[in-house]
Structures are given as C-alpha cells and as structure tokens.
Design a binder for this molecule. Structure first.
Ligand SMILES: [Fe+2]
Ligand SMILES: [Fe+2]
Length: 357
C-alpha cells in the first residue's frame, strides 16, 4: 500500500514560532507535568487488550445511546436494525473524538513551536505524544465496529479557528479548555456508562492523560494572561467567547435543548439503518410531547457548567466586558471549580475519577 500524499485540508497559520535558549526551569509545576507524562506513558499495544469482543446488541457508549433508546421510532426497530444502529451511531460519535484527537495532536505540536518557555515546550511535546496515542486507539476501535465517519462541520470549524489563532494562549484555550472540556465530560460519562470492556479500557487510559492536559491550562495559561496588557487580555477574552459561542450554537445551546442542524454524518447513519429523517424528527417531537426528558441526567458531567466555563474563569479568560457578551448570548458564566479540580492533579498527574459523582 502506498502513502496517501493527498492533503485532505490545508490551513494557513499566523502563529509565531519561538526559540528559547534559557534552559532554566521557571515554572516547576509545568516541569512536574512533563516528568509525570514521561512516567505515565502507556503503550497502546501492551496496555490495551485488543482481543476483547465488541457486542453491539448492548448500548456501547451509554449516555446518548440510552437517550436514543427512549425515541419511540427506535424502540420499534428489529433486533438486527438496532444492532446496526448502535454500531453505526457509536462509530459516528467516536469518529468525532478521533478527529478531535487529531486536532489535539496538531494543537499540542503548535504549542511546542509557539510557547516561549523551555519547560512549556517539553510539556507540549509530551502532550503531543499523548494525543498521538489517543488518535491511534480510537481509530483502531472504530474500525473494529464500522467505518470512520467524517468530522462534523461545527467541530472542524472550532478546531480550525483554534489552530489558526495568532497566539499560543488562544490555542490552549480553544483546545485544552473548550474542546478538551467537551471531550473530558463525554469520556468521563462514557467510561461510566459503557458496557464494552474494550472501550472502557481505552477511555480509562485516555482520561488519565487528560488530567494533565487540563492541569496544563490552569498552570500555564493563568500565568500568561496575568502577565498581559489589559488590551491583550480583552483580545484573549474575545477569542474565548467566540469559541464558546460557536460550540454552544452548534449544540443547540449549553443545555442542548435548542435547535441544531442535523450532522451530515448522522444522516448517513439513519440512511444505513433505513430510518427516514422526517420520521426520526417526528419521533423526537413525540418523545418531547410524552414528557420524556432528554436532558443531562444529574450524575453526568455537564461540559460547559462543570469544566469549560470554570476553567476560563479561573485563568482570567473572562473579563467584565466579555461577561456582558455571555449574558447577551444566554450562556451562564459558571464558576464552581469543584469538579474541574477533582479531575486534575498537578502534584501527581493522576485523578481519582471515581470520587466524582
Ligand atoms: Fe486526547
Ligand atoms: Fe488531550
């Protein structure tokens, strides 16, 4: 098999690439994160038991799929149609994680270029390697189940805006806080709900790395924003708002209850299973009329409330001016750090995920 030299998509970046000849460590916490990354690097060939079978007769990821079970139309499907739906819709969902991980791989590499400190470069390089493994394991899992689906347009747009940002702090906000905030909540819920041992093993390994990626944002971005001129702080705050707004709009608001454009990949899933889109939408409306609640259950993490917004508040990426923008957009500025802090541990790099409700 030859190499695929064809470039799927090419972006121009205005990022500055920065050398650093001072090899002194100024931020010990960052150096610690790097040290922990090296120590905790797992090997996807050794630490994951790829021989575990996937059984699509059970809901694989839980969460969203448990919600799907409540949709009257899907309840009427035959057993084999249901299995097909589970396999394809899981592949579609995990494909978004897969592409998101590739985005993280590239943003971490971009941070390696752009961050001004030596220890920041070491850390970003280690995160780059973490993300490489994440891409690899999700690709491998999806291919055992079905095919890789295309990236959702909104996810592509969000990651592109992050990759093309002109300052490394914006990249760290767009990826380490916003996109990874979304992924972290989803992974956490998935790890809890999945009936698939293989998917659980993968997700546990990925989550262990993510506790460092989240901590990085706190340790490094906070310092950088505090040292900035107020005008520059406003520029950062504007970027954070734009990315949050983009993500919220694409999800039908922070609670996912508003209108959202159907994802083209998901339409392919429906098509493969032989479900008509109009019937599907009608069934969703019936579900609402029957009072079946599709909102986030109380013991699941809420990506905006528990992770993204508190992370932005904590590092100073929300200013008095941008608070007004959030208000106008109907996005609450949640600032309770309890869950976020329990998911990261700067000292050990390991979190006790079980302690989270
Ligand atoms: Fe990742
Ligand atoms: Fe990550």
């Amino acid at each position: 098999m030859g190499t695929n030299w064809e470039q799927a998509d090419v972006l121009e970046s205005s990022m500055q690439i920065c050398w650093q000849f001072d090899y002194e460590i100024h931020l010990d916490k960052l150096k610690n994160l790097y040290t922990k990354s090296k120590k905790m690097m797992w090997d996807s060939d050794v630490d994951i038991d790829w021989s575990l079978e996937i059984d699509p007769s059970k809901p694989l990821v839980g969460g969203d799929q448990l919600e799907f079970e409540k949709i009257p139309l899907l309840a009427k499907l035959s057993a084999s149609q249901k299995e097909l739906f589970t396999a394809e819709s899981t592949a579609h969902l995990l494909s978004q994680f897969l592409h998101g991980e590739q985005g993280a791989l590239m943003t971490a590499a971009a941070l390696t270029h752009a961050v001004p400190d030596y220890e920041g470069k070491l850390y970003a390089a280690a995160q780059t390697m973490d993300e490489a493994r994440h891409v690899e394991v999700y690709d491998r899992y999806i291919k055992k189940l079905a095919n890789v689906y295309p990236i959702s347009p909104w996810l592509k747009e969000t990651i592109d805006a992050t990759l093309q940002a002109d300052h490394w702090v914006k990249i760290a906000i767009g990826m380490n806080m916003v996109v990874e905030g979304l992924a972290l909540a989803a992974f956490h819920n998935m790890r809890k709900d999945t009936t698939c041992d293989l998917l659980r093993q993968i997700t546990e390994n990925v989550l262990r790395d993510e506790s460092r990626h989240v901590a990085f944002g706190n340790v490094y971005v906070g310092e950088a924003i505090r040292a900035m001129h107020p005008d520059e702080q406003e520029d950062i705050a504007q970027f954070a708002f734009d990315v949050i707004k983009m993500m919220s709009d694409s999800m039908g608001g922070v609670d996912g209850t508003g209108a959202r454009t159907p994802d083209p990949g998901f339409l392919t899933v429906l098509d493969k299973v032989g479900i008509d889109l109009e019937d599907f939408i009608k069934s969703l409306i019936e579900m609402g009329a029957a009072g079946i609640d599709a909102a986030t259950p109380p013991d699941r993490l809420h990506s905006f409330k528990d992770l993204m917004m508190p992370a932005l508040v904590r590092v100073g990426a929300i200013t008095d001016r941008s608070r007004e923008l959030y208000k106008e957009a109907g996005i609450p500025v949640w600032d309770d750090l309890t869950i976020l802090e329990s998911m990261e541990d700067v000292e050990t790099g390991v979190s006790d995920f079980d302690s989270i409700a």
